[in-house]
Design a protein around this ligand. Structure first.
Ligand SMILES: *[C@@H]1O[C@H](CO)[C@@H](O)[C@H](O)[C@H]1NC(C)=O
Ligand SMILES: *[C@@H]1O[C@H](CO)[C@@H](O)[C@H](O)[C@H]1NC(C)=O
Ligand SMILES: *[C@@H]1O[C@H](CO)[C@@H](O)[C@H](O)[C@H]1NC(C)=O
Ligand SMILES: *[C@@H]1O[C@H](CO)[C@@H](O)[C@H](O)[C@H]1NC(C)=O
Ligand SMILES: *[C@@H]1O[C@H](CO)[C@@H](O)[C@H](O)[C@H]1NC(C)=O
Ligand SMILES: *[C@@H]1O[C@H](CO)[C@@H](O)[C@H](O)[C@H]1NC(C)=O
Ligand SMILES: *[C@@H]1O[C@H](CO)[C@@H](O)[C@H](O)[C@H]1NC(C)=O
Ligand SMILES: *[C@@H]1O[C@H](CO)[C@@H](O)[C@H](O)[C@H]1NC(C)=O
Length: 297
């Protein structure tokens, strides 16, 4: 869902790592000279490799970004879209004892900053030139990024499909870093950019598989004073094993609870566009895939 503006995040949400530390404070994107030629790079590297070694690299959980290099000034820039309060906070809510409703810190946003950290992208990922654009096209794209950033606000981790087959029904689309990169490429193509279509471009998506979802309601209709108490407590019980900061023992118990709920009881409560949905889960339940989505033609 698109919104008319981006609300200020609740002060309860505190970032473990600050969002966009080297971007300009107002997110401004420098104007390029119209006649400039700007190279566009596809940037990809494992998520959080600095934290978990190459573990996530083996699962091919990749983070995507776009790089730009001006031929006139030789300056270069990175643009990416990611969680304000880290992935876990965008995937599961906080169950705060003082609140009836599960509380989400799930904003995501675009970050634009000068410099491309070549080593970071190349060493365990990739940095590949995909197109050349004019300064004029870049400036138009920058304007669009501002709008996109102000209206598409909430991170969505999951892609929910009916089955793991190519033409399966998509119930819910994710809204994450790779979706942003795909929107940028699409916008550049609309503005006239020609992409190098010989490249194979794969992206990570985290899939859930389910039958047709049922809409359950929103904060007011489920958790409000006239809400459905049974459903409210079922949803909170579902999210409880996903809470942050668990000890190893708690975590192992939680894994069993998650297995019981998702695989044995075939239930997943998805929060999407400010509403809760019941997913009747189906085998293979969950998959992390690194699949091709071609560059625009
Ligand atoms: C998630 O949000 C909580 C509450 O704001 C915060 O303490 C935490 O640092 C955030 N990030 C992670 C990875 O838990
Ligand atoms: C996008 O929005 C975030 C959150 O308000 C802001 O910090 C960032 O600078 C914006 N990015 C761009 C490119 O405008
Ligand atoms: C970007 O600029 C930095 C700093 O000047 C330089 O180290 C790096 O190699 C450049 N990367 C690209 C892809 O142009
Ligand atoms: C690449 O992966 C290796 C092995 O996991 C790690 O030691 C190195 O720091 C990574 N490089 C970057 C730039 O993240
Ligand atoms: C998927 O749909 C496309 C276009 O409608 C079709 O060409 C293709 O054969 C389908 N693939 C499968 C596995 O059904
Ligand atoms: C919840 O849904 C009801 C009816 O569908 C709507 O009137 C209400 O504004 C929604 N509340 C919130 C907090 O989104
Ligand atoms: C409350 O929710 C449960 C589970 O979705 C449903 O079976 C029940 O009919 C609901 N109760 C009311 C009063 O709506
Ligand atoms: C990229 O995706 C294609 C098709 O989705 C797949 O056949 C190929 O193995 C993937 N490449 C890698 C490196 O995983």
């Amino acid at each position: 869902r698109r919104f008319d503006h981006r609300p200020k995040p609740d002060p309860y949400c505190q970032a473990l790592y600050p969002f966009c530390p080297t971007g300009s404070s107002d997110g401004s994107i420098p104007l390029m000279k119209e006649e400039d030629t700007i190279e566009v790079f596809r940037l990809q590297a494992p998520v959080w490799e600095f934290k978990y070694g190459d573990l996530l690299g083996h699962f091919k959980i990749m983070h995507d970004a776009v790089g730009f290099r001006s031929s006139l000034t030789h300056r270069n820039y990175t643009m990416e879209w990611y969680e304000l309060f880290q992935l876990g906070n965008c995937t599961f809510p906080h169950l705060r004892p003082e609140l009836e409703t599960p509380f989400w810190c799930n904003q995501g946003a675009a970050c634009f900053f000068e410099d491309i950290d070549d080593l970071h992208w190349k060493q365990n990922g990739s940095m590949i030139k995909v197109a050349e654009i004019t300064g004029n096209v870049f400036n138009k794209m920058a304007k669009w990024v501002k709008e996109d950033n102000a209206t598409g606000i909430y991170y969505e981790t999951w892609t929910v499909e009916a089955a793991p087959s190519p033409n399966a029904t998509v119930w819910f689309e994710s809204y994450d870093c790779s979706r942003f990169v795909l929107r940028v490429y699409q916008k550049l193509a609309e503005l006239g950019a020609a992409f190098n279509n010989k490249l194979q471009t794969n992206y990570t998506r985290i899939f859930l598989y389910s039958g047709e979802p049922t809409y359950l309601g929103n904060d007011t209709s489920i958790f409000g004073p006239r809400g459905n108490k049974t459903l409210a407590s079922d949803i909170k019980a579902f999210y409880y094993p996903f809470r942050p900061h668990q000890s190893l023992k708690e975590f192992l118990i939680s894994l069993l609870e998650i297995y019981d709920e998702v695989i044995l009881k075939k239930t997943f409560y998805l929060y999407y566009n400010f509403g809760y949905w019941l997913l009747p889960m189906k085998s293979p339940y969950i998959k992390i895939l690194y699949e091709e989505i071609p560059l625009p033609t």
